[in-house]
Design a protein around this ligand. Structure first.
Ligand SMILES: C[S@@+](CC[C@H](N)C(=O)[O-])C[C@H]1O[C@@H](n2cnc3c(N)ncnc32)[C@H](O)[C@@H]1O
Length: 266
């Protein structure tokens, strides 16, 4: 690769990185800190005013909230941006041993991994959803099904017991949920298989059923992938989230008022 093209690749990946909401939020906090610090330092010099740490963090939070609003970040970020500096100051005041933060960080990293980039957090679906999926599977026929983003493996383990003739696979990006699902399969002597990886890099061609419980952000890209890779007649299922480009051919409403399960025949 020439120097020119590697420079453009670097600019492109930096732009992509900076567009990630969590990265934007962090940059906004830095900008707010320097803005408030400069402002209060100036006022402090002029009027010999002393600022308390909590006042600085409240001001920083307010500026960060305003900037997040101006950047048209999702509304839940506004509140988080306001609370963050104060929460940081108060937590530091508790003088909790640093090893606690390190342990919590390692645990959360293992569980959520690159959620800040994918914007698809871990959140398990319920047994009711698994039962609804089961009713949609063809009976007496061998099928291959994959759960893309399989979390703790609940869906796949549930179906593998009830359809021993079929193949059930889960793919999960985050190491800790993947490890737990693989252990559950091994100790439960399940035929289900769990792969650690990104479903984006796995072809969906050989599956009769693809199940996804992701997030609204992921649905358009998933639809493009499904249209290109899934075979005619295969079934794409999504719990809770619709695909903006395609009307579902199946909608199963939850009796308890929870989210729907949607299906699309390719
Ligand atoms: C809402 S949870 C659903 C878990 C599981 N399917 C269930 O129904 O209980 C979404 C999961 O997808 C995983 N995930 C997000 N993006 C992914 C990707 N690109 N490839 C594989 N897994 C992904 C997350 O780590 C998370 O565990």
């Amino acid at each position: 690769m020439s120097n020119g093209s590697s420079f453009f690749a670097l600019v492109k990946s930096t732009r992509y990185f900076v567009k990630i909401p969590a990265v934007q939020a962090l940059l906004i906090q830095f900008i707010s800190f320097f803005f408030v610090f400069t402002l209060l330092a100036g006022i402090g010099l002029l009027f010999e005013m002393h600022n308390s740490v909590i006042l600085v963090s409240l001001l920083q939070g307010a500026v960060a909230m305003l900037l997040s609003y101006r950047r048209q970040m999702a509304p839940w970020w506004w509140l988080m941006q306001f609370i963050f500096p104060c929460a940081l100051v108060l937590t530091l005041a508790l003088k909790i041993p640093p090893v606690f933060f390190l342990s919590a960080f390692i645990f959360l990293l293992g569980f959520f991994w690159t959620t800040f980039r994918t914007q698809v957090p871990f959140y398990p679906s319920s047994v009711k959803v698994w039962e609804s999926i089961e009713k949609l599977l063809p009976h007496g026929k061998q099928i291959r099904m994959i759960d893309i983003g399989s979390g703790l493996g609940g869906v796949i383990l549930h179906l593998a017991v009830r359809h021993p003739e079929s193949t059930f696979i889960g793919i999960e990006l985050a190491p800790l949920p993947w490890l737990l699902s693989a252990l559950r399969a091994a100790f439960g002597k399940s035929s289900a298989r769990f792969i650690r990886g990104n479903y984006i890099h796995r072809s969906l061609t050989n599956y009769d059923v693809v199940f996804a419980y992701l997030s609204p952000v992921a649905m358009s890209a998933l639809w493009q992938k499904a249209v290109h890779e899934m075979k005619p007649g295969a079934l794409l299922l999504s719990y809770e989230f619709l695909i903006p480009e395609a009307h579902p051919s199946i909608t199963i409403s939850s009796k308890s008022g929870g989210p729907n399960l949607y299906g699309w025949h390719l």
